[in-house]
Design a protein around this ligand. Structure first.
Ligand code: SAH
Ligand code: DHB
Ligand code: MG
Length: 222
């Protein structure tokens, strides 16, 4: 088995269970044209996030790491008509591409993309006392995952679902001797999940068009 096979299997399922989607296709085309890196979630992963958000009945969704808004489109489509999503993005050029993509998808009234370092945006939301989020997707710089978790918990309620992308990184996560900042960040994130008695979590490895990686999923308790 190799990445060519993983890609073919991803395509086989996506062809049958997802199909063509103009807003998403346009979003990826516009992102490529704007020079964004193609590190968005895969279509079947995007739909997985969408289904999780729907299953959780999310009315308020938070995303950390917007890129061109591909995963944001999937997640926002899980919202009821009066639902709302906030997505945080450091790079202004990514944020403006994402806003255009969300507008083309008809989601601009529901999704706000906030530009800036996510830690600052999260601290501002905590200070403002915004309503808690029901579903959170963490997908920005991996070295900051522990700091994101600390803040996301202040923006959560009992029952909030927190999903984090890229927790496996080709298996590198289990190597404590790597000096890689991203691996250190993911390991710190998982250690905090373990240490916090309010949190119930698991993690799943994935193979597919994005290689070998994985998601963690957490539910916040009382
Ligand atoms: N969720 C997107 C992919 C996100 S890629 C999707 O699947 O479609 C990670 C994004 O996080 C990049 O756009 C990067 O600019 C952003 N990012 C990196 N560091 C950040 C920070 N400190 N604060 C906010 N966003 C950051
Ligand atoms: C990278 C970031 C991601 O969020 C991802 O899903 C894949 C790759 C990266 O920074 O290389
Ligand atoms: Mg990712």
């Amino acid at each position: 088995m190799n990445e060519v096979t993983w890609q073919a299997v991803d395509d086989w399922f996506s062809d049958r269970l997802i199909g063509p989607d103009k807003a998403l296709d346009d979003a990826l085309a516009a992102s490529a044209k704007a020079g964004l890196r193609a590190i968005n979630v895969a279509p079947n992963q995007g739909k997985f996030l969408h289904l999780l958000a729907r299953m959780s009945g999310a009315r308020r969704i938070l995303e950390i790491g917007t890129l061109g808004g591909y995963s944001a489109i999937w997640l926002a489509r899980a919202l009821p008509a009066d639902g709302r999503m906030i997505s945080l993005e450091y790079a202004p050029e990514n944020a403006s591409t994402a806003r255009a993509n969300l507008a083309r998808a008809g989601l601009d009234a529901q999704v706000e993309v906030i530009t800036g370092a996510a830690i600052d945006s999260l601290d501002a939301m905590i200070a403002q006392g915004v309503a808690p989020f029901d579903f959170v997707f963490i997908d920005a710089d991996k070295n900051n995952y522990p700091h994101y978790l600390e803040r996301v918990l202040k923006l959560s309620r009992a029952g909030t679902v927190i999903v984090a992308d890229n927790v496996v990184r080709h298996g590198r996560v289990i190597d404590a001797t790597l000096g890689d900042e991203d691996v250190i960040g993911v390991r710190g994130y998982v250690e905090r999940l373990q240490a916090n008695e309010r949190l119930d979590s698991t993690a799943l490895q994935t193979v597919g068009s994005k290689g070998w990686d994985g998601f963690s999923i957490t539910i916040v308790g009382a």
